[in-house]
Design a protein around this ligand. Structure first.
Ligand SMILES: Cc1cc2nc3c(=O)[nH]c(=O)nc-3n(C[C@H](O)[C@H](O)[C@H](O)COP(=O)(O)OP(=O)(O)OC[C@H]3O[C@@H](n4cnc5c(N)ncnc54)[C@H](O)[C@@H]3O)c2cc1C
Ligand code: FES
Length: 502
């Protein structure tokens, strides 16, 4: 069916049929504009998400916000602000004139929203870690009108990257290099954010409020955020540190793998993790033969359950990936990769995707409370007042499960960085976000909301093979998490229900 022409909203349109929570896609000049009704109010906003350009008209309206169907960013309909990551930039807003049931969209609103002054304003903020949580925190500090010095200290050699892309489109060769930095260089200068790259913090002097860098220099701080993320696990097997054995965390790691693909024909991926399998998919897109060696009976069964795991396995097999399941890599000797099952696989290079560990060394050495992650309270503050932690490294009291959890998701890390920033400024905001992640295998995206480490029932609605399903994970009849394929609204609604039910 041909697309319906989009109405010109400057000409005026009847909204008699537009009910609360409904949206209508139109245009103003050559820009797509969304009319959205929330309660009795009608708003006109940009129709595309500022993260990856997701179609907001396929999302949902909740309390004067619109949520993106693809990765659940959330925008204020009143101001356009990206109130929840992964989008960081606002969408445009237009002035709406209303006469009875007829609305006309007028000019774009250009005045930025008013900002309340911070409750407290530390003399300076230091952020250890140039990743998702660190960048989102620095960005939020400025959005919240914090005017003092901000320094991001990062062990990486490049500015905070779009890390999820490093195993997906960028590695597959379908995303350009300039898509990877989350922010362009001028963002840091314009916002007076000092970015120290290739700089590792070696210790924190809590009493003197100073961080010590490996190069011997010191930085004082008024408030500190530890956002050191996680580090790939290195297996204690012969050959694990050979030059042709790759680990994938940083932009540099992804570039190094791409460099190797120029000559390579065969690769072994050790581990059936999300990252391992995304690497497998991307390397298949580049025409490289891929063997995956993984100890599970079914890939991703522990996270996604057997049904979805088998679907992902079949999907990869249909693209030529060969699985060696129930096996581990025992040793790597040049091109020869020996498995626990007794086979020897030939590989030009190896990618290790056997999981990560939270980067807690700095916190441990500082004497902060650490329990399989840096222990933080509901405000993301560590055991030392004024020192916060966020992202993959933090273990927090989760309101939804009633347990302390540590989660390795992009959106969680960014949202925690944002909450930590507001709390550094004295807002005392509880972090109570429902975890969300997505993963992409070839052209199939999987969205997952909630958190289910253990479940006693899995309910499947629809069919993974038809690329149209919802999988619900329950314990004692309580819904803990929901995975979907091409049912984005259901995923958004499940997230909303979880937010409201606990
Ligand atoms: C290849 C890849 C693909 C992924 N895909 C997805 C996905 O599709 N969906 C999803 O939800 N999640 C995905 N993730 C997970 C997601 O990227 C992480 O959850 C997220 O990056 C965590 O953010 P963070 O800020 O806690 O840590 P990071 O983003 O890892 O940042 C940590 C930073 O700390 C720095 N650092 C560490 N120690 C020190 C120190 N002592 N001094 C100074 N700097 C230090 C590091 O150099 C780094 O800059 C993926 C991860 C990878 C690696
Ligand atoms: S495209 Fe909207 S959140 Fe990613």
């Amino acid at each position: 069916m041909a697309d319906q022409p989009k109405p010109d909203l400057q000409q005026g349109i009847s909204v008699a049929g537009l009910r609360d929570g409904e949206m209508l896609l139109g245009h103003v000049g050559d820009e797509d504009v969304l009319l959205a009704r929330s309660g009795n109010e009608i708003f006109a906003v940009g129709a595309h998400c500022t993260h990856y350009h997701g179609p907001l008209s396929d999302g949902i309206v909740v309390d004067q916000t619109v949520r993106c169907p693809w990765h659940h960013a959330c925008f204020s309909l009143k101001t356009g602000e990206a109130v929840r990551a992964p989008a960081l930039d606002p969408i445009a807003c237009w002035r709406v004139e209303r006469q009875g049931d007829r609305v006309t969209v007028r000019e774009k609103i250009t005045t930025p929203p008013a900002r309340p002054a911070p409750v407290t304003s530390p003399s300076s903020v230091a952020i250890v870690g140039g990743g998702a949580a660190g960048l989102a925190a620095a960005d939020m500090l400025r959005r919240q009108a914090y005017d003092g010095p901000i320094t991001i200290i990062s062990a990486d050699d490049s500015p905070p990257p779009d890390r999820p892309n490093l195993s997906k489109d960028y590695l597959a060769g379908t995303a350009q290099e300039d898509w990877i930095p989350l922010r362009p260089p001028e963002f840091y200068t314009d916002n007076r954010i000092e970015l120290l790259l290739n700089s590792r913090v070696s210790s924190i002097d809590v009493a003197r409020r100073e961080v010590l860098l490996e190069n011997g220099s010191r930085r004082s701080f008024g408030a500190l955020l530890i956002a050191t993320g996680a580090e790939p696990i290195h297996l204690p097997i012969p050959g694990a540190d050979a030059p042709h054995v790759h680990y994938l965390r940083s932009f540099a790691d992804s570039k190094a793998i791409i460099q190797k693909t120029q000559q390579a024909k065969k690769v072994v991926v050790a581990g059936g993790s999300f990252i391992g399998l995304e690497v497998a998919a991307s390397l298949r897109t580049r025409g490289i033969a891929v063997d995956v060696v993984a100890p599970e009976r079914v890939p991703l069964e522990r996270v996604m359950g057997a049904e979805l795991g088998r679907f992902i396995q079949t999907l990869h097999e249909s693209h030529g990936v060969v699985f060696h399941l129930g096996e581990t890599v025992k040793s790597i000797d040049g091109r020869r990769v020996a498995t626990s099952g007794g086979s020897t696989l030939d590989a030009d290079f190896v990618v290790m995707g056997v999981g990560v560990r939270p980067a807690t060394a700095l916190a441990e050495q500082t004497g902060l409370a650490v329990d399989r992650g840096i222990v933080v309270n509901e405000y993301l503050e560590t055991s030392a007042p004024g020192i916060f932690a966020a992202g993959d490294v933090a273990r927090w009291p989760d309101r939804h499960t009633g347990e302390r959890v540590r989660i390795e998701h992009w959106v969680v890390a960014e949202r925690q960085g944002q909450t930590a920033a507001r709390n550094i400024l004295g807002r005392r905001e509880v972090f109570d976000g429902v975890p969300f992640f997505w993963s992409q295998h070839y052209d199939i995206p999987i969205n997952y909301v909630g958190h289910a480490e253990r479940w006693d029932e899995v309910r499947l609605d629809g069919s993974p093979d038809a690329h149209d399903c919802t999988v619900t994970y329950l314990r004692a009849n309580r819904r803990l998490a929901v995975a979907t394929i091409y049912r984005d609204r259901e995923s958004l609604k499940a997230e909303l229900e979880m937010e409201r039910s606990s």
